[in-house]
Every structure is written in structure tokens, then in C-alpha cells.
Design a protein around this ligand. Structure first.
Ligand SMILES: [Zn+2]
Length: 252
């Protein structure tokens, strides 16, 4: 929105400049032949500015039709935007880890995670941190175990291939209810999830695998899986019902 306003203001400024220059060129033309070249220069400058104004107006019109023009000013190269999915293999990426309630996380999200969990608990909700960081080695072991049983293709639909699980980033957590630890779609009916999905963005987290976006994320609906992206991005993503994939696409 700020950029839009700035452009509109500078377009108005240039329009004014064109009118002033046109006026000056009119005065110049009242003189003799000596002023002719000066007048031509001014007209050419005026025409150039008019062209720039029209280009800028086109740009503003394009901006206005972009529903995401108010997206936050973030750097998608920042650590909190690392993307691990079936199409983005992060290899053996390993963050600096720290423990919280028996789970490991990227040390940088311990504080927001603690804040979110304690806020939920102060509402009387029973929060259980079910699964945090998983290493490349653990993921390889999980995958191979399934592959031995069903073959690689089927295994890949059940367990993420090593290097493509978001749990390897250390930026996410499977959060369930102490009284409902099942990881299935009906978890969304728990008060815990209701609160979590409404407030997670205030702590920088998003519902990472929403319902109806399976084709984009490559992962089934998971009302238990929360991912850290920072407060600004989280607020935007949750407000616009985006996935991390769609959000990052806005910056391409
Ligand atoms: Zn998960």
C-alpha cells in the first residue's frame, strides 16, 4: 500500500512538472527565433515526462489489480522461509537445535513456541508437543522401513523422502491435544486446534498444510502441523488463506 501511494504521489508530481514545462515552452515560443531551440528542448522534455507518466499510470493500474500488492516486505532468503516439500529437497540441512518439552527445534523458534504454548495453556487448553525436528538420518530410516514394506513409490505417499520433510527444518511442530493425540482431520474439532489456528500467527506460526491445498503442498490436511515463518508473514498467510508455497510465489 505504501509503495502504491508513493507511486501515485510521484506520478502526480510529474504531471505537474509537465504542465509547468509546457507553460514555460509556451512563454519561450513567444520570443524570437533564438528561443526556438530552447522551446523544442522543453517540448521534448515534456513529451518524455508525459510518456513516463503514462507508463507509471499503467503500472499503478496493474498494482491495483494485484490482490497481494500489500504483501509484507520480507526477504524470502531468510532462514524462516526455508522450503522443504516433495519438490524442494534440502539435502542434509541441519539447524542449530534446542530442546523444548522433549522435542528438538531450531533454537531460534524456542521462544515464540514457548510463548504460544503458554498462552494456549493459560486458556485452559491441553497442548502436547508431539513431534518437532527429525534428522535426515531419521527420515531415511523411516522412509526405508516403508520402502522395504511397500516399495519406494507407495512409501513416498506415506513418509516424506529424506530431505523433503519439513520436520528436518526444525521450524515446525506437530501439536496435538493431550486428550486427543490422534493425528487425523478430526483434530480440528478440538478446542485446542480452534484456539491454535486463530492465534498461531500472533506468535509467527501458520497452519502449514490446510484443507483443500493438498495439490500445492503435496501433503494431506494436517490440523496438527504448525510452522514458524515470523509474525509478519504468518499474519499475511493466515489472513489470505495461503500456503507457504503460494506465499513465496508472490515474491518470484
Ligand atoms: Zn508434521
Amino acid at each position: 500500500m505504501k509503495l502504491f501511494d508513493k507511486r501515485a504521489a510521484s506520478a502526480a508530481g510529474i504531471t505537474a512538472a509537465v504542465w509547468i514545462l509546457m507553460g514555460i515552452s509556451g512563454i519561450a515560443s513567444a520570443g524570437g527565433n533564438a528561443e526556438c531551440s530552447a522551446r523544442e528542448v522543453l517540448i521534448s522534455v515534456g513529451e518524455q515526462l508525459a510518456l513516463e507518466v503514462s507508463e507509471m499510470e499503467t503500472e499503478i493500474a496493474e498494482d491495483a489489480s494485484d490482490p497481494y500488492r500489500d504483501r509484507p516486505d520480507i526477504d524470502t532468503g531468510d532462514w524462516m522461509f526455508i522450503l522443504a516439500n516433495p519438490w524442494n529437497d534440502i539435502g542434509d540441512y541441519t539447524p542449530e537445535l534446542e530442546y523444548l518439552e522433549g522435542q528438538q527445534f531450531d533454537a531460534r523458534i524456542i521462544e515464540p513456541m514457548e510463548e504460544m504454548v503458554s498462552a494456549a495453556r493459560s486458556e485452559g487448553l491441553s497442548v502436547f508437543l508431539s513431534s518437532g525436528y527429525r534428522s535426515y538420518a531419521t527420515q531415511t530410516w523411516l522412509f526405508n522401513r516403508k520402502a522395504d514394506e511397500y516399495g519406494e513409490t507407495i512409501a513416498a505417499t506415506i513418509v516424506a523422502r529424506p530431505g523433503t520433510s519439513e520436520h528436518q527444518t526444525g521450524l515446525c511442530c506437530d501439536i496435538t491435544d493431550h486428550y486427543y493425540e490422534m493425528k487425523d482431520a478430526s483434530l480440528e474439532n478440538t478446542q485446542m486446534y480452534q484456539w491454535m489456528s486463530r492465534h498461531c500467527d500472533e506468535y509467527g506460526f501458520i497452519v502449514r498444510f490446510p484443507k483443500g491445498k493438498e495439490d500445492i503442498t503435496g501433503i494431506i490436511y494436517e490440523p496438527w502441523h504448525f510452522r514458524y515463518v515470523g509474525k509478519e508473514a504468518a499474519a499475511y498467510i493466515m489472513e489470505h488463506d495461503l500456503t507457504l508455497e503460494e506465499f513465496l510465489e508472490l515474491y518470484q
